[in-house]
Design a binder for this molecule. Structure first.
Ligand code: T6T
Length: 299
C-alpha cells in the first residue's frame, strides 16, 4: 500500500468498528491513529455494542449526516450495510472498507482485509499437523453474511474436503457470543464425542469453544484452532486449551485504511483491494517470532 505524504489539510475520518471493545478492532484503531498522527488527519472511533447491522446502521447514518471527509468502516453484514453505505458514498463521502466488506464493494475507494480464505486453510493445516490420521472436525463461526468469517469457513471447508482422512461435521453459528459458542460446543460434543478438532473463526467463537470443551470434559482431548490473537486467546494457548491461533494484522489494516482514505481525498486512487497477511501462533513461537502478533487491549 503506497503511503501518502502529509495530508494537505486535517481531514475528518471517523472509524466505525464492527463491534466496540473487541481487541481486533482496538488494535486496528491503534494502527489507524498512529498513521493519522503521522499524516496530520483526525480519526474518531465508535462501534456498536454488538456485531449487528441493526445497531451499526444508525451509527453510520449519524456519522454520514455529520458530513465527514471519509469514513473507515468494518460493515457487519454483506447485504444489510450495502444500502446505507451506498447512500453515504452518494453524499460524496469517501468510504474505505476495513476487515469486512459488502456484496458490491464498488461504493468504496478501497477495501483492506486479511487473506481470510488462506487463513481458513491455514487453520485446517494446523489441525491436520496435530492429527495426521484425521477424524471428525467442526467449525464454530459467528453469523452467516459476514464476509470475513464466511471466507474463513470456506477456506477451511475446501481444504477439509480435499483430504479424505477428515470428516467435516459442519458449521455452527454462535452469533459472536462466547456463551452461545460454549453451549453449541458442548452439544456438538454430545452428538459427536469423537470430534478431534474445532476451528473457531474469530476471537469470541474461540473463547466460547474453549469454555464449551472444558464444560464437556474434553479440554485438551480436542484440538482448537482459533482465528485472532487477543490477550485472552494467548492465555488459552499457553494454558493448552487452544492449540493454535491465526493472528491477523489489525494495526496494519488500520494504517492502510487511513492511507487509502487520505490518498483518495488528495486525488490519487488507492488500490481497490489490499490483502494483508496472518501469522499462525503456537506455543513454539509465541515467546519468539510471533510475540508481536498479539492484539492490544488499548493503544
Ligand atoms: O476476526 C475479527 C474480524 O476479522 C471479524 O470480521 C469479526 O471478528 C473479529 O473482530 C474478532 O472478534
Amino acid at each position: 500500500m503506497p503511503a501518502p505524504a502529509k495530508a494537505s489539510k486535517n481531514y475528518n475520518i471517523p472509524f466505525i468498528q464492527g463491534v466496540a471493545g473487541d481487541e481486533f478492532y482496538i488494535s486496528m484503531e491503534c494502527g489507524a491513529k498512529a498513521e493519522a498522527a503521522k499524516l496530520g488527519v483526525s480519526i474518531n472511533t465508535q462501534g456498536p455494542q454488538k456485531f449487528d447491522p441493526t445497531l451499526q446502521k444508525p451509527i453510520l447514518d449519524s456519522v454520514a449526516a455529520s458530513k465527514p471527509d471519509a469514513i473507515m468502516i468494518a460493515p457487519t453484514d454483506v447485504t444489510a450495510m450495502q444500502t446505507p453505505l451506498a447512500a453515504a458514498a452518494q453524499a460524496g463521502i469517501k468510504l474505505v472498507l476495513v476487515d469486512t466488506t459488502v456484496n458490491d464493494p464498488s461504493i468504496a475507494v478501497s477495501g483492506i482485509a486479511s487473506d481470510n480464505l488462506g487463513g481458513g486453510k491455514a487453520a485446517f493445516d494446523a489441525i491436520k499437523a496435530l492429527h495426521p490420521d484425521g477424524g471428525k472436525i467442526l467449525v464454530m463461526s459467528t453469523d452467516p453474511g459476514i464476509s470475513t468469517v464466511d471466507a474463513r469457513v470456506k477456506g477451511f471447508e475446501t481444504a477439509a474436503a480435499a483430504d479424505s482422512k477428515f470428516t467435516y461435521v459442519g458449521v455452527q453459528y454462535s452469533h459472536n457470543d462466547p456463551a452461545t459458542a460454549a453451549q453449541l460446543t458442548s452439544a456438538a460434543m454430545q452428538k459427536d464425542p469423537d470430534i478431534i478438532g474445532i476451528f473457531a473463526t474469530n476471537l469470541f467463537a474461540a473463547e466460547g469453544t474453549a469454555t464449551g470443551l472444558r464444560q464437556a470434559g474434553k479440554q485438551g482431548a480436542v484440538s482448537v484452532v482459533g482465528f485472532d490473537a487477543g490477550p485472552n486467546q494467548v492465555k488459552a494457548l499457553k494454558a493448552g486449551t487452544v492449540q493454535a491461533l491465526v493472528a491477523q494484522q489489525p494495526a496494519i489494516i488500520g494504517q492502510y485504511g487511513v492511507d487509502a482514505a487520505v490518498s483518495a481525498l488528495e486525488g490519487t486512487a488507492p488500490p481497490a483491494i489490499v490483502q494483508t497477511g496472518f501469522t499462525v501462533i503456537t506455543n513454539d513461537n509465541i515467546e519468539g517470532a510471533a510475540a508481536d502478533a498479539v492484539y492490544k487491549s488499548s493503544c
